[in-house]
Write a protein that binds this ligand. Structure first.
Ligand SMILES: Nc1nc2c(c(=O)[nH]1)N[C@H]1C(S)=C(S)[C@@H](COP(=O)(O)O)O[C@H]1N2
Ligand SMILES: [Mo]
Length: 228
């Protein structure tokens, strides 16, 4: 990934103004946030994590920057503490072992969408291809809109963490992160970068976009773990 915040792709100043707006909107919402119980199944067990409500549509949440992405320029780069650094073209990526999985999606703005059908490549497969070094403990993700997020390696290696390009049997739409995004079904969805371009394995943790702005670094929906 060639990401340069001053490049034309992200249009530096314009993007910053949009980020500011996205941040303001999220902060406004935080003040009004109703701390609900979550929805219950008929047996009285929760269907959703605390404070979440079910949706059947799929809302779009991002910084308001839709990155320009000609497929011939798209790449996914894997760097940092690995034996083999990699740059995948779309063709390279699609030649990796593909997996289908069904998992839930929890957004911190209080909606959950259950049983999403995904197709893509497990994050663990990417780690395996690059042969992650033993001193790598964290992963940092960069996206083509200037977004970033971070995970402990242990979280990223969970079986349901994937880089996906299909949702419900159809190619992922652009606003949901096409051509490729991450999903982290056991954590709030801000841990899954849309328009992912770079994966960096690190020894030390570094906070991403929302983590720097007060969101929880651990981000566990079932613990109502929203803010740091
Ligand atoms: N590149 C990028 N990825 C992102 C974001 C973003 O702004 N840019 N927003 C995050 C947040 S806060 C959420 S809740 C989910 C929303 O994904 P969706 O728009 O597909 O519902 O994407 C996450 N990944
Ligand atoms: Mo979010």
């Amino acid at each position: 990934m060639q990401y340069d915040p001053n490049s034309k792709r992200i249009k530096g100043r314009e993007a910053l103004a949009k980020y500011r707006k996205a941040i303001q909107e999220k902060q406004k919402w935080e003040g009004e946030y109703p701390m609900g119980e979550g929805e219950l199944n008929r047996d009285g067990n929760p269907k959703t994590p605390p404070g979440q409500r079910l949706v059947t549509n799929w809302p779009v949440l991002d910084l308001g920057v839709l990155p320009e992405m000609p497929m011939e320029h798209w790449s996914l780069t894997v760097t940092g503490l690995v034996k083999h650094e990699k740059t995948y073209t779309w063709e390279d990526f699609m030649a990796l072992p593909q997996t289908e999985d069904t998992s839930d999606f929890h957004c911190v703005t209080s909606w959950s969408r259950l049983d999403n059908h995904w197709k893509g490549v497990k994050f663990a497969e990417i780690a395996k291809q690059s042969e992650v070094l033993p001193n790598a403990k964290y992963v940092f993700f960069k996206a083509y809109d200037g977004y970033s997020t971070n995970l402990p390696l242990e979280e990223a290696m969970k079986d349901d963490v994937m880089l996906v390009h299909e949702w419900e049997g159809k190619p992922l739409s652009k606003e949901h992160g096409a051509p490729l995004r991450m999903i982290t079904p056991q954590l709030y969805a801000w841990k899954g970068a849309k328009w992912i371009g770079e994966i960096i394995f690190r020894e030390k943790d570094e906070l991403g976009f929302w983590e720097l702005r007060g969101y929880s670094n651990t981000a566990e929906p079932w613990l109502n773990d929203r803010y740091s």
